[in-house]
Design a protein around this ligand. Sequence first.
Ligand SMILES: [Fe+2]
Ligand SMILES: [Fe+2]
Length: 362
Amino acid sequence: MSAIVPPNALADVPRTPAGLLSNREKDRLIERAFLGLYRWYTARSQETRNWNPDQGFNWRQLRHDLPPEIIRTITGFFAVEQYAPDYTAELVNMVRRSHGRSHFQLRWGSEEEKHADAWENAVLFSRQRTPEWIAAYKERLRAQQWHLPFPDAVHNLVYTVFQERATQLNYLNLMKLAQGRSDKVLGAVDPVLASVAQTIAVDEAAHYNFFLEGARLYLYYYPARTLEAIKNVIGQFSMPASSLVPDWDEFSTTVYKAGIYGPRDFNRDVMQVAFRNLGIESRKRLEEGIKATRLVPTFGGEEQQQTAIWDTFDYGAVEGDVRRLHVKIQDYERGIGFDAVDPFEFVENPEAPKKQVQAADD
Ligand SMILES: [Fe+2]
Ligand SMILES: [Fe+2]
């Protein structure tokens, strides 16, 4: 599977071939869906999440006596987010041949950059770190460069699904502390901090959804490779830049003790949530399913042999989600008039076993 098809290879591919879809056709379908999803996403982002990290919050009102755990937490959030240019550069470069995915990564980067600036403002206006301290810390962070955790596009896409959900969860749990809905850290109540955490968490939820939709497209058209990627990613998951941030251990102990994020949160509120959204019952079921497919003899190329893979996940649910994504994009494109010039259609993956459908009058 080539992850991305060059644009000049798209025009001569038939729209509805008989029999199985070629990899080229699958890639064309995925690329077209990404393009529609990216455009839908951009419109929505501009309409509903067009906030500014300086003007969007009443920074003067941020408390000056926030507890040290909170300062360590927001400093760690800042450290992770301030690698936004590295994340964006690496991801854009990896998917540069895909219009939908590369343009999306630019938009995504522009949102992550706001998160970095908002967290930096929070550290600064807490009055517990001087501008000189922040400048020196930033210099130390930027002396290191972030690189992609995996060599290929599908693994990185899947990684981003879990990472965005984990990030969202971190911010939601900090928000709870700042709203007084968690008593794990005393004296953490602060409406400005709560608003910052909530605003960024909403962006992270949007990111999670974009990458989730993308992962579902791959799961539907390339189930074997995508499930393998999911298994590999959860087997070695860590937060981005965890090896680059100098005081990471102190940070992760702090967020763990503060009830913001830890291994249990990852299992319950990241992995299980993403699994449910991807039609995967459990990690055990995923690993057993992949093992079972390896026992099936292969004759006709790796995309054709894996009938057993369809039992590993709820492909009916995934197909339903992919269909709904298509309807969402179709509605958006109809509003612009794209449907008249470049109609977007759902194409079934003929490899998926057919479920028995009862006639309506039975
Ligand atoms: Fe972010
Ligand atoms: Fe994000």
